[in-house]
Design a protein around this ligand. Sequence first.
Ligand code: HPA
Length: 291
Amino acid sequence: MVPASMSDPHLTDPLSRRLDEAVAAIRARAPQGFVPSVGVVLGSGLGAFGDTVAARAGAKIPYHDIGLPSSAIVGHAGNLCVGDVGSVKVACLQGRVHGYEGHSPDRVVFAVRALARWGCKAFILTNAAGGVNPALEPGDLMLLADHLNLMGWNPLSGPNDDKLGARFVDLTVAYDKDLRAEAHAAARDANVVLREGVYCALSGPTYETPAEVRMLRVLGADAVGMSTVPEVVALRHLGVRCVAISCITNKGAGLSQGLLDHAEVQEVADRTRAGFVGVLERLVVRIGTRP
Ligand code: HPA
């Protein structure tokens, strides 16, 4: 991780104050009185969902305008999209920042923390991932049943603000059981096959070696990626319920004949978009209209 300068407010100001400032900036740009109940983090290829949401009596606010960090990665636009899906008020992060870009752990999870502070009680997180389980094919969707954090860092390291959450956070059920059941129901409604498995987060930015993919399989992983786990950890710290879905964009290194590249990841994510968005729309409504 690149050390941020000590003048960076992300290091020097208390987290709760920075979150209050971010929420105030968001409120000033969002439709009057808008309070979201569901947060969505849009991974590679899903940005279009944010545009659809913003077009429904909502707003599309560049991260830059509200003090949220932006990503330099193709496919991660950098806008907060707010609006209605059915009767449900939704806040979507159109693109996320990653630790491998040099962002501190605090910055990687700042936007989801801000949306939770604004009102989101549940989050749907999405990502692109490589298949480690040989049964997973490019284009498959996989619901996260659990995760392995092999990133080498945790966003809760450092002093804990007891007003935000506990020092030691239980992750026995990191991915909410009821929300997972809703995800399966949403996929059935959308006529989309939704698999389920364990996601392993590595720091990236390199893809894995074939030996690493074989190791991850032995460790119990079904898919591997470079995101999502820090956000889920930060949200569980705040007591926010989470559900997450991976788009399997490629077989893990060594499990297919070819080599891996980001263009292929994007291409498969784009191809899978219609089915994925169908599941997301239904899942948002199911989550937002149930207690
Ligand atoms: N490995 C890690 N991250 C990924 C992959 C992969 O194979 N595909 C998409 N994101």
